[in-house]
Design a protein around this ligand. Sequence first.
Ligand SMILES: Cc1cc2nc3c(=O)[nH]c(=O)nc-3n(C[C@H](O)[C@H](O)[C@H](O)COP(=O)(O)OP(=O)(O)OC[C@H]3O[C@@H](n4cnc5c(N)ncnc54)[C@H](O)[C@@H]3O)c2cc1C
Length: 592
Amino acid sequence: MRNLWSKYFRLQGPKTVEKEKALDTQVLIIGGGATGTAVARDLALRGVACVVVERDDINAGASGRNHGLLHSGARYVANDAEAAAECQTEGSLLKHLAPQCVDDTGGYFVAVAGDDETYVADFPSLCARAGITTGAVDVADARHLEPALSGQTIAVYAVNDASVDPFKLSFEMMADAKSKGARLLRRTAVVDFARTGARLIAARVRNTLTGEETQIHADIIVNAGGAWARDIARLAGAAVPVLYSKGTLIVTHSRVARRAINRLRKPSDADIIMPGGTVSIVGTTSINIPDLADVRPTVPEVDLIIDETSAMVPALRDMRYVRAFAGVRPLISGDPAGARTPDPSSGALRRVEASACGSALRSPAADVPKPLADGSGGRDGRAVSRGFALIDHQRDGVQNLITIAGGKLTTCRLMAEKTADLVCERLGVSAKCLTRTVRLAPTIACAWTEPGLTPRNWMRAHAAEDSLLCECEMVPKSVVDSIAREIRLEPRGMVLADLALRSRLGKGACQGAFCAVRAIAYLYDRGEICADAGLRECIQFFRERWRGQQAVLWGEQLAQAELAEAIHCGLFGEEHVAHTAVGNCAPFTHDP
Ligand SMILES: Cc1cc2nc3c(=O)[nH]c(=O)nc-3n(C[C@H](O)[C@H](O)[C@H](O)COP(=O)(O)OP(=O)(O)OC[C@H]3O[C@@H](n4cnc5c(N)ncnc54)[C@H](O)[C@@H]3O)c2cc1C
């Protein structure tokens, strides 16, 4: 396996692909999503040594597959006052502390003819009770400011919602943590734990590219594995009651509204239209799924999203959609009857008192995260609290394992603070949390996920030699150089997916049809890859893009996909390579 890896990717000295030795650290954090990277930053700011292991790459889970709504909390005022208050406080903090990650668009809650008028009437008082600022907007004024709103609009309230770039946020939190001594091991999965009595003495980790295994010894292990938290805990003989709630989102070709537009009703399917730079991200659904084996958007979900959201913005009915994606919310369900949940009376589960930062945890048995009072018993994903849970696995007989799960992207800082408080208590570290006051420093290598940034820079620079690799999103070679400089400091090499994750490459209308080939050619030029790695990379990249396109293929986007197929199969014959060389990686085989 190692030989195969070195055959395809040039070994750039010990910095690029190094053999991992056994590592010792104070804290091992499992999972490189918003939660794991936020925990790393919090601990690093307190001077605690930590290593983050991520089996794929930053934001490979729900943190890279969400709406990007920095919640004002208004969405949860009817059902989940605690989550609403957390979102309100944390949303405001993030705007102030990480403005480079936030587009402070503001938001509207919009009711249309036929919506529940009692809820519309109650909304301002529900917001006031949760401490959330809102104000009625005259419908004509709202339609003047947001011309895409329906003529059937009957009420509009303004709230402090904003758009957050989840990729930039996690990259920057990790970059800040690294600048203070934390380490990130990408493509490194925890596969087992070594245990002596009640203590985990090491985690066995596997490099997912080479298969190489090593051990990481840590005093405390933090499980920030999102929807996989249950599997990780199981490896240690502990339990986490995660409910898998799948949500699908679709991405428009162009942006339909300046603000975050929410349906003014109790949280339901398909009631948010988020601005995401040059596009809108529309959704979502909430479908309980039994496992994480094949999470992808489906045509019925796409149909439902378009039907529902077009009641607020009719243009969505005839819009061109470039892509769909699905993520899984790691909801913590305290349903005692659920086959996947532990007995709550065991006290394994503790929910954090949101308002009492730094205070002791509440009594566990009384505070199992509860399904909401609608009798659903926690089986309906929408009915489970969006609050988070900090689970101290001492109660499962595992002394040094802590799970942090549930919650929201919006509340990742608070989740990290509570986790780090508990970790520090255990380690006997007295340093206090600094993330409430210390701003997150912007880093240029983390900036390229921002829509519109690369075209602006490229046009200003007028550098004739800096040719564009991606024309849809205008990503030039210099952006690849900037990302490569950062990635090559990490011991896992660079592949096309790394570039796409850290930039807008492949995210435009052509979904990589042209830019993937150009970017691969440039990686050859730079000496990053050799032999036939480029072909393999290209096919894997297309396979991933294809998963996102299948559910939105009609009209112009279908023609676009056919053009891509003609280029890659008709011209390059990639489907033959796919079948012979990379097994089921064929992007153009029409899997169901
Ligand atoms: C459709 C959808 C829309 C959403 N919209 C919003 C929104 O608009 N606003 C908001 O605030 N929140 C939103 N959320 C919620 C938010 O995305 C999540 O709460 C948050 O991203 C969870 O982050 P996390 O780091 O805990 O988990 P994840 O991001 O899932 O991270 C877990 C990581 O652990 C890694 N991992 C798993 N197993 C292992 C292992 N064995 N070894 C090493 N690594 C491992 C995974 O690869 C993954 O990267 C949404 C969620 C979904 C699904």
